[in-house]
Design a protein around this ligand. Structure first.
Ligand SMILES: Nc1ncnc2c1ncn2[C@@H]1O[C@H](COP(=O)(O)OP(=O)(O)OP(=O)(O)O)[C@@H](O)[C@H]1O
Length: 254
């Protein structure tokens, strides 16, 4: 069996004396869609943001345990967090668009990272916008303000900004919950296409979406007052599981 691209080992996140997520052990396969499901507040976003060290930007959170990316520890002095976050990008629930042009929004991360020479930025922007299925809608107005785009287009623009840095992994934190059904479908179709070249890790509240896009799932539930990974496996197995009571309760309330 192929080596997982990402593994978490006893990954634990605490805020002061409170444990938010306890000892998560996950194995995430390459070029698949891996989903996190579970009740609100169980720790899905916290777990997701631990993968590329984004949790470190929240001062009161502390991480123990380890994340391995291609078998190498993500937490440790040998890893540059900015470079890591370019290889493991993230898309949030609400599109975060800067008050700049469409083009400037796409190349924002590329510019900051400085790995792609300036002359190649236009090509990188076009590639990313095509990959995010937005190119045809914006190719004639790249200099226009990005804030004039619809919310669905803004979310694909944010995806293009993430893709412009050529990430191997894209984390998605409820990427469609702010979108209408048509824009939701566009993002779901994109997820299925993107896994040809990328690994996707997606938090979703939506079981229909989990069924449609996820190859594998992890159920994050609350046991003894603490968020824990209580079940993992193929989407079919997790959604059909009847032996974990927290999962059964979750599935029957959806
Ligand atoms: N910086 C923080 N300090 C203290 N507690 C926090 C912090 N961030 C998150 N939490 C708490 O950690 C728990 C898990 O939050 P998280 O956002 O990861 O859950 P979630 O499963 O993603 O929820 P939702 O589905 O509602 O987004 C919640 O109880 C939340 O209040």
């Amino acid at each position: 069996m192929a080596e997982p691209i990402l593994q978490t080992q006893k990954l634990t996140v605490t805020a002061g004396t409170r444990t938010l997520v306890r000892e998560a052990n996950l194995s995430i396969p390459e070029k698949k869609v891996f989903g996190f499901i579970g009740p609100s507040g169980a720790g899905k976003s916290t777990l997701l943001k631990s993968i590329n060290r984004l949790v470190e930007l929240t001062p009161n959170l502390r991480v123990t345990g380890q994340v391995l990316f291609h078998g190498k520890p993500v937490y440790g002095s040998g890893t540059d967090p900015d470079a890591l976050r370019a290889r493991i990008g993230i898309l949030f629930q609400q599109p975060v668009v800067f008050p700049k042009s469409i083009y400037q929004n796409v190349i924002f991360g590329v510019k900051h990272l400085g790995e792609i020479p300036r002359r190649e930025w236009p090509e990188a922007a076009e590639r990313a916008l095509r990959e995010a299925a937005l190119w045809n809608e914006v190719k004639d107005r790249l200099k226009q303000p990005a804030l004039r785009l619809s919310v669905g287009q803004q979310q694909r623009l944010c995806l293009a900004r993430t893709l412009a840095s050529k990430p191997e992994v894209v984390l998605m934190d409820e990427p469609t919950s702010a979108l209408d059904p048509k824009s939701t479908e566009a993002i779901e179709e994109l997820m299925l296409r993107l896994k040809e070249h990328h690994t996707l890790v997606v938090v979703t509240h939506n079981l229909r979406q989990a069924r449609k896009v996820a190859d594998e799932l992890a159920f994050v539930g609350v046991r003894d007052g603490v968020g824990q990974v209580l079940c993992t496996g193929t989407a079919e197995n997790v959604l059909g599981n009847t032996s974990v009571s927290e999962l059964e309760d979750f599935l029957c309330c959806q």
